[in-house]
Design a protein around this ligand. Structure first.
Ligand code: TXA
Ligand code: MG
Length: 308
């Protein structure tokens, strides 16, 4: 049996599987199985009010679960499989209640990573999966990150050797009159507007928190973060970008490539967090990143990671 076959059986039998996607690792379970989905919340220490994204293999599978409107059809055609999550009205009442956390909407996405795609197909069910990290901590972009976190748990971890975007999918709310971005990502407002032929809203910083992933503090290392650093202060470790002069061992992208920076971000933050904790260093200073293209999403994550 291949590893993916084994993992699909795990999912069907109510187990948890950590699997690579083109954004970050997901911690997946059968989205129809309430007990299995509750285990995801327990393993992550995730608040029950924070709903999960359900991963599907096709538009047809999405249409079984949610009501797809015209916007959804257009966006699915343009961006699926890929790093775009759509929030839609929930249709299928067999979805485990824990997944939607009591809402009448559901977040769906179809990942383009071949391992994720094959896993969903072979499982034969839509797969509920948040990012595979303890709630609030930096997302995982490598199998080894996941194994570190969930060492004592019965979780099957699928390995991967394909590059990542490295930050989570864009979340677009299609249940409101103006399609609204709830979380920025690789697919940006401009990309969405080109397909929809109308402006989209952005609501990433709402104090009323429609999507608990909008919570101010999130994606955070244990060590404090200082942004837009020009030079290193005493007792800091640095994370450079391009030709910035923090003099750290790590640079998100020497060639000023924002896609490279996104794919390095979480791994480097994890390494620096461990380094700082071991040496009693209090702060990770990070050079400025331009808010262009995916740089906008990088800065969104860094800003949340820096909230005290
Ligand atoms: O790239 C990704 O999206 C990764 C991979 C594994 O697919 N998943 C991911 O899941 O980032 P998670 O759980 O870390 O973030 C999901 C976000 C949360 O902020 C959650 O609040 C939001 O999606 N969400 C889920 N269902 C929602 C809904 N019905 N309405 C609004 N927000 C929702
Ligand atoms: Mg997450």
């Amino acid at each position: 049996m291949s590893n993916i076959d084994k993992a699909a059986k795990y999912i069907r039998d109510g187990g948890l599987v950590a699997f690579p996607t083109e954004t970050v690792y997901g911690l997946g379970a059968d989205s129809y199985n309430q007990d299995a989905c509750l285990r995801i919340f327990r393993a992550k220490g995730r608040p029950a009010i924070n709903p999960l994204i359900v991963h599907v293999a096709s538009q047809n599978q999405a249409a079984d679960i949610a009501y797809l409107n015209d916007y959804a059809h257009k966006l699915i055609k343009a961006f699926w499989p890929g790093p775009l999550t759509l929030v839609l009205p929930l249709k299928n009442q067999n979805i485990a209640p824990a997944v939607v956390a009591g809402l009448d909407t559901i977040a769906l996405r179809s990942p383009s990573h071949p391992v994720a795609g094959e896993l969903i197909l072979k499982s034969g069910c839509p797969v509920a999966a948040p990012s595979a990290n303890p709630s609030g901590y930096i997302s995982a972009t490598k199998g080894e990150h996941v194994k570190e976190h969930f060492a004592g748990e019965d979780i099957l971890v699928l390995e991967d050797n394909i590059g990542y975007i490295g930050i989570e999918s864009t979340i677009l709310d299609l249940t409101v009159p103006v399609p609204t971005i709830l979380r920025s990502g690789f697919i940006d407002a401009h990309n969405l507007e080109q397909i929809l032929q109308k402006p989209v809203g952005v609501k990433e910083r709402d104090a009323t928190v429609k999507s608990p992933g909008m919570l101010e503090k999130h994606y955070s290392p244990i060590t404090r973060i200082r942004l837009n650093a020009l030079s290193l202060k005493v007792g800091e470790v640095g994370l450079d970008f391009g030709d910035s002069k923090l003099g750290g061992d790590y640079n998100l992208s020497k060639s000023v490539d924002l896609l490279e920076a996104a794919s390095n971000l979480y791994d480097m933050l994890r390494i620096l967090d461990k380094y700082a904790i071991n040496r009693n260093i209090k702060t990770i200073a990070i050079a400025a990143i331009p808010s262009i293209g995916i740089g906008y999403a990088i800065n969104d994550r860094l800003r949340r990671a820096s909230v005290l």
